[in-house]
Write a protein that binds this ligand. Structure first.
Ligand SMILES: *Cc1c(COP(=O)(O)O)cnc(C)c1O
Length: 308
């Protein structure tokens, strides 16, 4: 169950968690046009800090634009709303916090044509630890190549973090979980590796880091952070297409995402990857990542928005 906090920011006001409600004829509930972000705030020596808030807000507003949703709030208003909410809920936050802003089409019109629907926005933030489990972070997870192909750029718009795009993700996650795996790995419509159900993918081969280019998919903020960290550590990074059989024989593999953070992959389709546990380079990048988000690397302080 969700670890409830005190307030949710809803359409410009802080309302009690239990009162943040919407009508059953909410447009987005029926047709799926909505956009969200997943953002995290980490504990630091100077209190809670939101990681790359401005980058998440920028992407949220770009997603709304792509989806032809006119967000009634400005970049500055959205950033401030995040801080106001976290301040108001501070006593509830006993661990790292996951933040979920959502812009959706509300109650008032039905039918597919959405341009006259009112636009609503909420931001919720609650205690949420490792998305793929603490054990997954330490020891790696088991993954299955999905029978679902990642949304094609010919029919969906992957640059938007759109709720509708997540039907594909959700079905892939369901299939993988029901089959006894922790996560799904989706291929693109040419058969190359696209990404996980909600996270980017990396392999390590002969000391080099390889990740698929995101020409058709979301510009991931965590992937970008990990690539910057790899650069700092002098690790050679190659952005190129990867096939599933290459993963079977890779030395290491891992997922990155705001929710997944840096999670090692120890098995794909019953093939043990490398030593079958968190690899050395994965651990190095993971350690550096957690230093960055928790404010222990001054070079990346610009990415932290301190709440107090
Ligand atoms: C959100 C998301 C990611 C991860 O992006 P981050 O910016 O790193 O959180 C990866 N893939 C998909 C499909 C996503 O929606």
């Amino acid at each position: 169950m969700l670890d409830e906090a005190k307030y949710i920011w809803q359409d410009g006001k802080l309302v009690d968690w239990k009162d943040a409600k919407t009508h059953v004829l909410t447009h987005s509930l029926h047709y799926g046009n909505a956009t969200f972000e997943g953002t995290r705030a980490y504990k630091t020596d100077k209190g809670l800090a939101i990681f790359r808030l401005e980058d998440h807000t920028r992407r949220l507003l770009n997603s709304a634009k792509i989806l032809a949703i006119e967000c009634p709030y400005s970049f500055e208003e959205i950033n401030k709303a995040h801080i106001d909410l976290l301040k108001a809920n501070m006593e509830c936050y006993t661990e790292n916090v996951y933040i979920r802003p959502l812009i959706f089409l509300g109650y008032g019109v039905m039918g597919l044509y959405h341009a006259n629907a009112p636009v609503n926005m909420i931001i919720a933030a609650w205690n949420w630890g490792a998305y793929l489990g603490e054990d997954g972070i330490k020891n790696g997870i088991r993954v299955k190549t999905s029978s679902f192909v990642r949304n094609s750029v010919k029919s969906m718009m992957g640059k938007a973090k759109a709720s509708a795009n997540y039907l594909n993700s959700q079905m892939a996650k369901y299939e993988a979980t029901q089959c006894g795996f922790d996560e799904a790995l989706l291929l693109d419509d040419n058969g190359f590796i696209a990404e996980g159900s909600g996270e980017c993918f990396f392999i390590v081969k002969d000391g080099e880091l390889v990740t698929p280019p995101h020409a058709n998919s979301l510009e991931s903020i965590t992937q970008d952070t990990v690539l910057k960290i790899a650069n700092d550590l002098g690790i050679k990074v190659i952005e190129r297409k990867i096939t599933r059989d290459e993963v079977y024989t890779a030395d290491e593999a891992f997922f990155t995402g705001t929710a997944a953070e840096v999670t090692p992959v120890r098995e794909l389709d019953f093939r043990i990857i490398g030593a079958g546990k968190r690899g050395e380079m994965t651990r190095k990048l993971q350690d550096a990542f957690f230093e960055v988000v928790s404010g222990k690397n001054p070079k990346y302080n610009k990415f932290l928005t301190y709440v107090n």
